[in-house]
Design a protein around this ligand. Structure first.
Ligand SMILES: [Zn+2]
Length: 393
């Protein structure tokens, strides 16, 4: 068969199959079970999931974009993101619906912002980028190491950041990979390493400071039974998993305390998380305490709680295995590693050595010419991009 004819036949088949993909937004009042019912998907699709998979279901945010793919009007599959890395795929097979977490396909593009200060750090950067996201990130990351307030006319800010793209649209928050803040000709470099921390060009770590301080939500616990991970592949189960919090194994009934002061924004039952309290803190941060046996007296939505105040007790609600506390921390609605925020008593290593230092130096070498080149230009962020699952900055 001639190639051309074959191609025409193939495209004709696709055309005849009538495939369609449509994006929707997750309604704030919709539970996952409601969602299954609405699409005539058997509820056992949820009930048959294991404990960890059920927990992840609770991470579907209201306003989340999800897609329904159809062929000849019949659902082929539905994909619902649960984090920036994983999505739940409900696949319509001959044997019925199969639920599985799969990686979200995306591409990453590196971009640059380079501006000269005219008035002040915040004003100029926020104006140029049309968001307060970058100035807030930089302030949190470099904190006291950089005298942002002293920035004057002629000083410079250069940011190299990566932006994920999905279906041709920006997806998730930009990540600052390297940056330079120049104050009165003095350069302050920052480089992001795998440990999610920023270092200067000689390997000295910048200590993050936060608007609020956070403490461990349990005064006593046996051990950490599960750490935070955005995406991991289970080699035996041969499937993807994520754990968007820290699990502290502890004796049932142990007091759970507020990690930081704030206002209770949720108290009640949350599917796989069982009995949950959520506390809202300043700067778009929220903490979540799950699998509670019970709530402390007087806890209710809207109540202010101080750091260290007992809010509930360790249990196994929501079908968790052993008694433990699942502790989650969210920034602008996105799960982040609570370990990054919870204060440690022991001082951590502040200077890089060995392999990690070598890795940093490779980054410095990679970005050096780019910094040089960007210094002579003004590069602004493109005008508002349409963004999938981006959070309001
Ligand atoms: Zn957990």
């Amino acid at each position: 068969m001639p190639k051309k004819l074959l191609l025409t036949l193939v495209s004709l088949t696709f055309f005849l199959q009538n495939l369609s993909a449509k994006d929707y937004k997750w309604d704030s009042n919709m539970t996952f079970l409601n969602f299954l019912e609405n699409h005539n998907i058997p509820l056992k699709t949820y009930y048959n999931m294991d404990r960890e998979d059920k927990e992840l279901i609770q991470e579907i945010r209201s306003g989340q974009t999800y897609s329904i793919n159809k062929r000849n009007g019949k659902i082929v599959n539905i994909t619902i993101p649960v984090s920036d890395e994983l999505m739940l795929e409900l696949k319509n097979t001959k044997k019925g619906y199969v639920a599985k977490y799969v990686p979200i396909p995306y591409t990453t593009v590196e971009k640059t912002i380079s501006i000269k200060i005219k008035r002040s750090f915040e004003k100029d950067l926020d104006d140029a980028t049309k968001t307060s996201y970058y100035s807030r990130e930089l302030k949190e990351v470099y904190s006291k190491a950089i005298p942002f307030k002293k920035m004057k006319k002629g000083d410079r800010i250069i940011i190299f950041y990566t932006q994920k793209y999905r279906k041709g649209k920006a997806f998730s928050n930009p990540i600052i990979q390297a940056c330079l803040i120049e104050i009165n000709k003095k350069p302050f470099y920052g480089f992001l390493l795998d440990d999610e921390k920023y270092y200067d060009s000689l390997g000295k770590k910048y200590e993050r400071t936060y608007h609020s301080s956070f403490i461990r939500p349990l005064r006593q616990f046996k051990r950490i039974s599960s750490y935070f991970t955005y995406k991991r592949f289970h080699p035996i189960l041969r499937r993807y998993r994520a754990h968007l919090g820290i699990d502290y194994a502890a004796r049932p009934g142990r007091a759970i305390v507020a990690s930081s002061s704030g206002t209770i924004s949720f108290k009640g039952w949350k599917g796989g998380y069982g009995r949950v309290i959520e506390i809202k803190h300043p700067n778009g941060i929220k903490t979540l305490y799950a699998h509670m046996r019970g709530f402390a007296k007087g806890m209710r939505k809207g109540r202010k709680v101080k750091q260290g105040r007992t809010i509930g007790y360790v249990g196994t609600s929501g079908r968790s295995t052993g008694p433990h506390l699942h502790f989650g921390l969210y920034k602008n609605g996105k799960a982040v590693n609570p370990a990054r925020y919870v204060r440690k008593k022991i001082a951590t290593v502040v200077k890089l050595k060995g392999k990690k230092y070598k890795k940093l130096r490779r980054l410095v070498k990679k970005y050096r010419p780019q910094f040089k080149e960007s210094k002579s230009k003004t590069i602004l962020k493109e005008k508002s991009e349409e963004c999938l699952n981006c959070l309001k900055h």
